[in-house]
Ligand binder design. Structure first.
Ligand SMILES: O=C(O)CCC(=O)C(=O)O
Ligand SMILES: [Fe+2]
Length: 288
């Protein structure tokens, strides 16, 4: 019989815009109270960090299931997790180990280009380069980004939807996102429109829902220059350093993030080192 650990988890908020550390042994056998503590902490802190506790894929799947069902890619829309990948997606800079992930990733929220973007994800470091070799991942607080959005910009996007490109649709899987998305636009028909200011379905708080995936804003069809200006202002606004928590990885670290109210990005890293992270994707609902 498995042992049940009772009430051994504690939450330690970071001194920064978002994030908290979960201390205590995290396992599939946590008590209901501990599990609830972690679920509630994600709502409050947006990003949770569990430090240096190596975990099996089974435990990662169990952790993901506390927050919601696993994301299953719909037919016909290419996205990370489609293909032959199993329940846990392996991201690696070595092709033989998993889905290629080598270059810097600019700020994004996962699967914004899908009808039902992720609610969240669990990411676990199986092997990471030494911290001096790069590969940090950074998460930003998009509630705060909305609160700090200058009034004129907010007025331009309030009640408007955005759309953009699916980087997986142009056969780019493996190259990572380049940020130079122009080359996709000829090949990819935008297939989603989501509100740029959305309401978090669990906290009821409004959050800015804007990332590098967004390339068009409702109402600007005839004004491409103004649209570009607005996009650039929003890009600069959401990518400010003070909105981010920077995670410097150690092997065995696990991050759980709320994908509704955060963006994230990853630094590039020295390819002399192996980097392998395992990822569980939590299904989300249609943004409103
Ligand atoms: O490799 C990382 O640290 C993050 C990659 C990423 O953007 C993701 O898993 O959603
Ligand atoms: Fe991502």
């Amino acid at each position: 019989m498995s042992t049940t650990t009772i009430d051994c988890i504690s939450i330690h908020p970071f001194d920064g815009p978002l994030g908290a550390e979960v201390r205590g042994p995290v396992s599939a056998e946590l008590s209901g109270v501990d599990t609830f503590t972690i679920v509630e902490a994600l709502r409050q802190h947006q990003v949770l960090v569990i430090k240096e506790q190596p975990m099996s894929d089974e435990v990662l799947l169990e952790i993901g299931s506390w927050f919601g069902p696993q994301f299953v890619a719909p037919n016909g829309i290419p996205v990370l997790g489609t293909d032959e990948q199993g329940a846990v997606t392996v991201l690696s800079n070595r092709d033989e180990k998993g889905v290629g992930s080598r270059i810097a990733l600019p700020f994004h929220t996962d699967f914004q280009f899908m009808p039902h973007p992720l609610k969240g994800a669990v990411l676990h470091a199986v092997e990471v380069p030494p911290q001096s070799a790069g590969g940090d991942t950074l998460w930003s607080n998009m509630y705060q980004a909305l609160e700090e959005l200058p009034g004129d910009l907010r007025e331009k996007i309030e009640g408007k939807r955005g759309t953009g490109v699916n980087p997986y649709a142009a056969g780019r899987l493996g190259a990572g996102f380049t940020g130079d998305t122009q080359k996709y636009t000829d090949e990819v028909v935008p297939d989603f429109w989501h509100p740029l200011v959305r309401t978090h379905p669990e906290t009821g708080r409004q959050t800015l829902y804007f990332s590098m995936f967004i390339h068009h804003i409702e109402g600007y069809e005839d004004r491409p220059e103004e649209e570009l200006e607005l996009l650039q202002a929003l890009r600069a606004h959401v990518d400010q350093d003070h909105l981010y928590y920077r995670h410097r990885w150690n092997t065995g670290d696990t991050i759980i993030w709320d994908n509704t109210c955060t963006n994230h990005k990853r630094d590039d890293f020295d390819q002399a080192f192996d980097r392998e992270v395992h990822r569980v994707q939590i299904a989300g609902t249609k943004p409103f």
